[in-house]
Design a protein around this ligand. Structure first.
Ligand SMILES: [Zn+2]
Ligand SMILES: [Zn+2]
Length: 622
């Protein structure tokens, strides 16, 4: 086993940091025997692999702590995930964050005892019996479904878990961890099953790294778009209306309208044509497109006069019908149809999350129909579009190509290869770096995914570009080529911001609710000191409104201090206090969101200032 090799190795320093190995590409713990020869690489605690193992082992320690505090708890699964780990338990006691210190204390004890984590391989029947005898029905169920005749177990102290590993070799290797949150989770992710309690936590190789992460978590909490959405009165999602269905309040609707106006302008500029399709389309059409066979689980259906209809989960179909509405020549291509298309998808209730994962949303969706020769330049054009837009929002981003899914896709291998090659070639020729995401493509074609990075360094998937040879085939789309013959166009599906809901959620967190002037639902708020300023205030209010400035007023008979504090919480770019001096001299004294007071100016000057701030790259956006 690697442990024996490591013992004899003359590595100078840092030997203690080696906690596992990679054996011919597979993660391997130091105690698992190497049964054949292969390449051995060492894994250190502070590497990505090492941290994942650390987190997985910490999840076991958490399960051990929970079992010792709540012996009746039934254990299920507890993997490492991005940024941490979780473990799901079945027990009557409802966990609350007040339980965390107690569990963490117990975990610390287990760590301090430096228990060896011992792997053993045991016949399957014996393991099933072991867990059954202890009432661990979930573990017994999992094992009974495994096809292997022997099962690997990991034990530390009196805690035994079914696990593939790898793990640290002792609990003492864990130093910095924290339990972070709670959630409900169905056993095996299936809502027909028992609801379990999930405890999330995280672990890092050092205290410092943990502290840094916890700080980021705090900041993320402060910026949570659900919290800000309420405080800024942007939107609500209510059980009364239905889960995952967004209701935009006036300010949220304003923000969305601003983004939509921006989108329309940018698309028209790039030769797109705006189209609008219906919300429901006949079932036969969804069968023909492959959605019914490959996407049915996420669709809603309805019936009109005995005829089945599907509520659209995507906007493609109507766009193809527009294309088919007349004879097309190669001279007409490319055609770029753009729609702010509202779609509905059945996301599982456990996966819904504020604006980020919803059931009804509007995409900035476009379908480009072009000749195979035009495909390369069309993809490059979209990549430039993405670049320009991300620059306006100041988002850095990464690119990925997702290839054919292993199951549930349409089209020939040959077409998938051609489509994937087209995406790759366009990226390479544009000198863009990208990663490959095997098997993550759409059911009709491969795609480029754009992952933007927000102010906290978190990644969000927004834009995608998908190449599709299958759909034009299924709908028999044709154009007359230069040779006078019929040819098949290629279809590109693409979104730039993605779902408006999601993008607004991301923007809200990115700016912590302090939207730049061009996007702010309210750009300036007027506050009177006392009632005599109200007539002047009304005049200023009307003039700003007429100038197209998004203005609000607070002329209540309240203390000025209170009005200022309330306005500050709204994160409005400018605040203007109207006192006797302003009225007498007919000017305004704007105060910026940063707290800086600007020099007194005329209202015209202020309007000019706002207009200037709404200009980006010479273009006026609101
Ligand atoms: Zn495990
Ligand atoms: Zn589409």
């Amino acid at each position: 086993m690697p442990r024996d090799i490591l013992k004899d190795l003359p590595i100078l320093g840092g030997k203690n940091e080696i906690i596992a190995a990679r054996f011919s590409g597979t993660l391997w713990d130091l105690q698992t025997p190497l049964e054949k020869s292969g390449d051995l690489e060492w894994v250190k605690l502070d590497s990505a692999d090492g941290t994942e193992i650390l987190r997985h082992s910490t999840s076991h320690v958490m399960a051990q702590a929970v079992k010792s505090l709540f012996p009746e708890a039934k254990i299920t699964i507890g993997p490492a995930i991005k940024d941490g780990f979780y473990y799901d338990f079945d027990l009557d006691h409802r966990f609350s964050p007040e339980d965390f210190p107690k569990i963490e204390e117990k975990m610390k004890e287990i760590v301090a005892r430096d228990l060896p984590i011992v792997r053993s391989v045991v016949p399957k029947d014996e393991v099933i019996r072991y867990f059954q005898d202890r009432g661990e029905k979930y573990k017994a169920e999992l094992i009974s479904e495994l096809t292997d005749s022997t099962i690997s177990l990991y034990q530390q102290g009196d805690f035994v878990d079914l696990c593939r590993g790898p793990h640290l070799n002792s609990t003492g290797k864990i130093s910095a961890f924290k339990l972070t949150s709670l959630a409900g989770a169905y056993w095996r992710g299936d809502e027909r099953n028992q609801m379990l309690q999930r405890i999330y936590g995280t672990a890092f190789p050092t205290r410092d790294a943990l502290e840094k992460y916890l700080h980021l978590l705090e900041e993320a909490k402060r910026r949570d778009h659900r919290k800000l959405g309420r405080e800024l009165d942007l939107f609500s999602i209510s059980d009364e209306a239905g889960a995952g269905l967004v209701i935009y309040h006036p300010k949220g609707a304003r923000l969305r309208m601003l983004l939509e106006d921006f989108e329309k302008k940018e698309h028209l500029k790039r030769g797109y044509q705006i189209v609008i399709g219906p919300q429901i389309l006949k079932l036969d059409l969804w069968k023909r497109s492959g959605h019914y066979d490959n996407y049915r689980d996420k669709m809603y259906f309805t019936e009109v006069e005995g005829q089945g209809y599907g509520i659209k989960p995507m906007n493609c179909l109507a766009h193809m019908l527009i294309y088919k509405s007349k004879l097309r020549s190669y001279r007409d291509l490319p055609l770029r149809y753009f729609e702010l298309g509202t779609v509905h998808r059945h996301e599982k209730s456990g996966e819904l999350h504020g604006l980020l994962r919803v059931r009804g949303f509007t995409q900035d969706d476009a379908h480009i129909l072009c000749t195979p020769d035009q495909l390369n330049s069309e993809i490059k054009g979209i990549l430039e579009f993405v670049r320009d837009v991300m620059k306006i929002f100041d988002f850095p981003y990464d690119l990925e190509i997702s290839t054919r899914p292993e199951t549930g896709s349409i089209g020939s291998d040959e077409d998938w290869k051609r489509a994937t090659h087209a995406l790759r070639q366009a990226m390479e020729e544009s000198h863009l770096l990208f990663e490959i995401n095997e098997g993550e493509g759409a059911f009709y074609g491969p795609k480029i995914d754009v992952k933007l990075k927000d102010a906290l360094g978190r990644e969000w998937q927004c834009a995608t570009i998908q190449v599709d040879f299958a759909m034009p085939d299924r709908f028999d789309l044709t154009y007359i080529g230069a040779d006078g013959e019929k040819h098949r166009p290629v279809m590109v599906h693409r979104v730039i911001l993605g779902a408006m809901e999601r993008f607004i959620g991301v923007l809200t967190e990115h700016f912590a609710g302090a939207f730049p002037t061009w996007l702010a639902p309210v750009q300036v708020i007027l506050l009177t000191v006392t009632d005599p300023q109200i007539p002047y205030g009304e005049k200023v209010f009307q003039q700003l409104l007429q100038a197209g400035i998004r203005v609000e007023k607070d002329f209540r008979n309240e203390k000025l201090g209170l009005k200022i504090r309330e306005a500050e919480l709204q994160k409005i770019p400018y605040m203007m206090v109207l006192g006797d001096r302003e009225v007498k001299q007919n000017f305004v004294s704007p105060r910026a969101r940063s707290g800086k007071t600007l020099k007194p100016m005329t209202l015209e000057e202020f309007i000019g200032l706002i207009r200037e701030e709404c200009k980006i790259g010479g273009e006026s956006y609101s």
